[in-house]
Design a protein around this ligand. Sequence first.
Ligand code: GAL
Length: 807
Amino acid sequence: MSIFPNIRGKALLLMALMAGSQAFAQQPRQKLDFDKGWHFNLGAVEGGEKPSLNDSKWRTLNLPHDWSIEGKFAKDNPATPEGGALPGGIGWYRKTFTVPAASKGKLVYIDFDGVYQKSDVWVNGHHLGFRPNGYISFRYELTPYLNFGGKNTIAVKVDNSVQPNSRWYSGSGIYRHVWLETTNKTAINEWGTYVTTTDVSEASAYININTSVKVADGDLSGISVTTTIYNADGKSVAAGGSIHAQTGSKTGDIEFSNHGKLNHPILWSVDNPYLYKAVTRVIKNKVVLDEYTTPFGIRYFDFDADKGFSLNGKAMKILGVCDHHDLGSLGAVVNTRALERQLQMLKEMGCNGIRTSHNPPAPELLDLCDKMGFIVMDEAFDCWEWKKATYDYHLFFKEWHKRDLEDQIKRDRNHPSVMIWSIGNEIPQQGDTSAYRIAPELAGIVHSLDKTRPITTANDRPDTTNKIVKSGAIDLIGYNYHEYDYAKFHDRYPGKKFIATETTSGLETRGYYEMPSDSIRVWPTSWDKPFVREGNNVSAYDNTRPPWGSTHEMTWKIMKKYDFLSGMYIWTGFDYLGEPTPYSWPSRSSYFGIIDLAGFPKDVYYMYQSEWTKKDVLHIFPHWNWQPGKMIDIWAYYNNADEVELYLNGKSVGIKKKTGDDLHVMWRLKFEPGTLKAVSRKNGKVVLTREIHTAGAPAKIQLIADRSSIKADGKDLSFVTVKIMDKDGNVVPDADNKVNFKITGEGFIAGVDNGDPVNHDSFKVNYRKAFHGLALAIVQAKEKAGNITLTASADGLNGASLVIKSK
Ligand code: GAL
C-alpha cells in the first residue's frame, strides 16, 4: 500500500487513512457528460441569452458539434480555400437543465474543452464570460446563479463570423465536450494536481504531488490531503512517504504537497506506455470531501546537444508528425475513436510523436498519446502580436496570452506523453526586437508552472539573427524546414540542442502518378513541382515539394545521418481541410499528408514503415493500368531483405538492391497488361511477395469495416472502406463510380469521403464518388444496442452490404 500522507506537517498513520477512505462512497465529486440535448440556431439571435426566449423551434442536437462541416464549399466563403472554403458565421447553443435541490451548498461548474471561437456564456441570463481562443479549455462557476431544485438555462454564443481568422480549417461551434462538475465547498481546484517524478531509474522513483485545494472559509482545521498511487492493475503500490507542510495563505486556495518513493517502477515508454494513477483525497475529520484522479507516467528523458534524444536512458529519435485538429469528414468535432484510429495508423507506420500544430489539442488526444505511446510537442500559438491571418489570435494575444498559456500548461502538464512545450509556430516576430520581450515572458509563464520539460519555438528563420533564439528564452532550437542546413547546426549554434519542429511538406495525391518519377531537383529554393497538373493532382512518387520543404526521402536521409538531430515532426501525418498548397480553389484540403483525408495511406507511408518498424515491408507501386507501350516507373519500398526481384507476366525484369542511402528501388518498364509480381529475399529466402494485376472494368463493390462490433454509446465509430473492384477482385485504380449508401438499424452515417482534395460534395450525405477506386463511409452508433446494416450500391455494379454490431 503506497500512501503519501500530508496533514499540515503531521504524519498520518496508515490506519487513519484507511478509516478516511471508507467515507468516500458518497462520491464527493461528480463530473457529468453535459453534451446531450442542446438547442442550436445558426445566425445571430437578439436576446439569445434570455431564459425566457422560446428556443423550442431550434434544432436539437448533441455536442460536440461543428456547423461549418455541414455547410457548402464555396470559393467565396470568407474562410477562403486556405481555411477550408466552408461557411463560418454566428451560432447560438442553449440547454435547459435541472440541478437537484440536494446540490445546494455545493459548487457547480461548467467545463468547455474547446469552442471555436469567441464564445460568450450565460447562465439564467447572467453573463459568465468571454473566451476568444478557439482551442483553449475553460470553466465557469455556476453556483451563485443556479436555481437548485429548479430549471436553469445555459446559453452560448459562438462567433466565427469574422474571417479569415485561421490558416487552416477551424470548424465552428462547441466542437469539443462539455461537462457539468459538482464538488464540495472544500475541493481540489480545476487541474489542481501536479505530479512530477524525480530521480527516476528502473530501481526507484520519487513521486511528488502538489495539490491546489479550495478550502471553504479558509478553515484548515482537521483537513488533510493524501495521495495513493495505483498501478495499471488498480493495485495500490508500496512506497515510503515523507511529509511536507502546505504552502499558501490560510484563506482561499491552499497548496499541499505529498511525496514518496516507489520501488521498481514500470517506466513509461513509446513501446510500453505504462500508466499509474494518483488518487488524491481531501479529508476533513475522517470524511472524504474530495477525490481526484490523476493518471501519470514515470519516465525520464533528455535532449543532448551531441547525442540527441533519449528516453529512460536509451537513445532514440522522435519520429513524429504534425497534425491539425480536424478529423476529415467529421470536421472539427472531436471523436475519441476517430483520433484513436489515426494514432493506430501512425503507430503501424512506426511513428512515435505528435505535434499539436498549432494550438492546444483536445484532452482526448493527450489521453490517447499517454496510452498509446507518442511523444507530444504541445503547441500554444501560431501568432503572437503580429497577424498571420487577418483576424487571427493576434487581435487577442495581448490581453489573453497569459491566461491561455497558463491554462494550457496546467491542463496538460501531468501527461507523460507531453515532452516539449512549443510557445509558437513561425512567429513573424522572429525578425523583430519585440521577441526579446515576448519570448522570455512566455517562457517564464511556462516554467513557472512546469520546469520538467524544455521549451521550443518552431522557427522558419532558424539563422543566428532570429531574435527569439537570441533572447535565450528557449531550451531547444526548433527548425522548421531548412533540412539542407541541419549539418551546419553546430557551426551556427555551438553546444545547443536541436529539434526539427516541422519538416518536409511533401505533396502527393493518393493514387495519382506521373513519370519520370526521378525528375527531382535537390534543394534549390524554388518550387520543384514537375507534376503539378490541371485537375489539381500531385504525383504520388514523393517528388514534389514546396520551395521551403523537402521530399520525404530527402528529409529522412538527413535525419538518420546525425545523432544530434533529436527528432522530427513531419508536415503532416494526415491531410487536413484547408491550405491546399500547391493549388487554391477548387482544391479545399491539403496534399501534405502521408495519409489522405479519408484515412487511406499514400505510398510514402510504406517508406516510413520500412524504415521505422521492424516488421517486414514490401510495397510496390503504381497501379498496373496504363496505355500499352508507356514507360512506367515501378518503385518498391522494402526492408529486412537483400534484394527485390520483379516479374512481369512471369518473366523476371531484374533484381534490384538498395545501395548507399537509397530508400527505394526502381525499375523502368514498358507497360503491358497482366501481372506485376515482386519478391523480396534475404539470403536467398523469400521474405515477402506482392502482386498487382491490371484491373478490368468496374464490376462490384466491396465493403470492409475496420471494426464489425462497436459500442452502443452514441459515439463509437466503424470506418467502412469502399472498394470498387473488377470481376476478379482487383481494385480499379481509376474508378470514380458514385456509390449510394443506405443504413438501417442502430447507427447512422456520420460522414463520407474519398480523400479527393477537389471534391465539393458535402461530407454529410449518403453518397460518395470513389476516388482512385476507394471511398469511405463512417458509421456512428446510436445509443441502443442492435445491428447496423450498411448497403452500398452504384449504377452497373454489384452492390454490397455488411452488418456492424452495436453493443
Ligand atoms: C509551415 C507552417 C505550417 C504549414 C506548412 C505548409 O510553414 O508552419 O502551418 O503552413 O508550412 O508547408
